[in-house]
Design a protein around this ligand. Sequence first.
Ligand code: FMN
Length: 174
Amino acid sequence: MNQVIEALEQRRSCRSYTDQPVDPKKLEQIVEAGLWAASGMGRQGTRLVVVTNPDDVAALSRMNAQIMGSTNDPFYGARAVIVVLTNPENPTCVEDGALVMGNLMNAAHALGVASCWIHRAKEEFESDEGKALLAKWSVEGTWRGVGHCILGYAAEGGEQAGAERKPGRVTYVK
Ligand SMILES: Cc1cc2nc3c(=O)[nH]c(=O)nc-3n(C[C@H](O)[C@H](O)[C@H](O)COP(=O)(O)O)c2cc1C
């Protein structure tokens, strides 16, 4: 089978990570893949914040858990988080951000790095605390959160087998 298709089939969400930090060179390559995502009208209106500072990862995790009403770590111990933000003025802002997220996760898999999309970035960066974090990171302007791509190395059992693909989801019109 074609290598790209095989890789897409084998990527899984990881929900348990080792303590090993993500190789910075791999992190850069993953970020680069995100920047190459297609965007509506080629606007490139997304912004990526690569968070590896343990205090800031912990702050994001806490805020995310609060939104869910949980006390568990929604980042599952991942050591790196790429926050994908998007310019809310663009009509394709959410689609553009989602495509960046897809590129990040697939690139991570291709490089042997485990990942998962963690949601609730919208709520996080609508809050005063989220806005204060953006200011602290010198991310100026108005941004809508799309997702967090958490990254790390899979602990045992961190990745479950993929579910069977649901049938009846494709119509070929010839
Ligand atoms: C929009 C979106 C939001 C998601 N949010 C979360 C989340 O908050 N927490 C989580 O553990 N997984 C989250 N996921 C991961 C999905 O649960 C996962 O992709 C799905 O179960 C399929 O598993 P797979 O990625 O291994 O194929 C999200 C995925 C998407 C696309």
